[in-house]
Ligand binder design. Structure first.
Ligand code: A2P
Length: 322
């Protein structure tokens, strides 16, 4: 859409390697760490942080934060075919967990569900396989994938407003670490949404980073319980944006600011609605090109209107999933 070309502050994204390791010929990585990354042991879901040593493979040094990689679980599906690779977001910074790209990481939530028709237990194949792996175990990996959800080539030229829900935090763990470790002179704000405070992922790490870096703010939004700051009203990430509008105003209005959204499908609509409510039309235009047909009915915005009627500009990066 031509209108996006008029926006200032558009980032230049790096050229990335894709599928250096093809899904048909995965390479062997080795588990270095596999541990829960929820705030407390009482969390409703089971989410693990997993480090994988990929040294000596073409994945080493070739995975950027924001990209994903594939995991091929052993065994066969119910039709007797090998399992297809499942994609997992990298949670590691571009320099890897080890500083030299040899150790990648991810954030995995166990899929534990019931079959809709039979009411019988359903366990996700790859997520439970990964969460059950032990340190030293081998795992078949491929990738990397993704060329849009990345930090810019000149990260210090921008500020960053990251919105995550659930395991959508994975790329932001990598990006936040990458930006802060490089000491960039950028404002970095992370807004993290989960059902309960006990589900907040990497909570202690983000708290610690916030205490050490003045340019980093970590905000949380709990949708089914009390807030971390003692507030009792449940909220989504977009409600946190509204509640902290004063604090976020300068950053949202900055020509340098980029918005990244990762997590549950539908969250992007709420964030766009809140942007339209909170900012002047000129400021909103930095992030969204809105069809006049829907401009006056913000409450009526729906996901299917994206991108035709509500078109994110190149200052908005999205990775959402059902
Ligand atoms: P809720 O499920 O209470 O409605 P997880 O991936 O761990 O389930 O977390 C997803 C989080 O995103 C939950 O807090 C969920 O709230 C919240 N959520 C669900 N729908 C939206 C939406 N449209 N916009 C923002 N957050 C949402």
């Amino acid at each position: 859409m031509a209108a996006t070309d008029n926006v200032t502050g558009v980032p230049t994204l790096p050229e990335v390697q894709m599928n250096t390791v093809k899904p048909t010929g995965p390479v062997t990585g080795r588990i270095l760490r596999n541990e829960p990354c929820t705030a407390r042991k009482k969390a409703a879901g089971f989410v693990h942080h997993i480090d994988i040593d990929v040294s000596g493979t073409p994945l080493a040094g070739n995975c950027r934060s924001g990209q994903a990689f594939g995991v091929v679980a052993p065994g066969e599906d119910e039709r007797g075919r090998s399992h297809k690779p499942r994609l997992y977001s990298l949670a590691s910074p571009t320099q890897g967990e080890d500083g030299s790209g040899n150790v990648i990481s991810t954030t995995v939530k166990r899929t534990v569900d019931e079959h809709w028709e039979t009411g019988k237990l359903f366990l996700g194949v790859a997520s439970n396989y990964l969460c059950d792996l032990e340190v030293g175990d081998e795992v078949q990996v491929c990738g990397p994938n993704g060329k849009r959800f990345l930090l810019p080539t000149e990260p210090e030229q921008h500020d960053y407003l990251f919105f995550a829900t659930g395991t959508g935090i994975a790329p932001f763990r990598g990006m936040v670490k990458e930006l802060l470790e490089a000491n960039v002179d950028s404002r970095v704000t992370l807004v993290m949404g989960t059902p309960y405070a006990t589900d907040l992922l990497y909570h202690d790490m983000f708290k610690e980073l916030e205490s050490k870096h003045e340019n980093f703010s970590y905000l949380t939004a709990v949708s089914r319980g009390a807030q971390e700051d003692g507030g009792i009203k449940p909220m989504y990430v977009q409600d946190r944006m509204a509640a902290n509008a004063d604090e976020l105003g300068d950053q949202l209005n900055s020509e340098r600011n980029l918005i990244y959204i990762c997590g549950i499908a539908g969250m992007e609509v709420g964030i766009f609605q809140q942007l339209a409510k909170q900012l002047s039309p000129e400021q909103v235009a930095n992030y969204l090109t809105i069809d006049p047909e829907v401009a006056d009915n913000i409450e009526g915005w729906e996901r299917k209107m994206i991108p035709k009627k509500i078109h994110p500009t190149k200052r908005v990066m999205m990775e959402v999933y059902a």
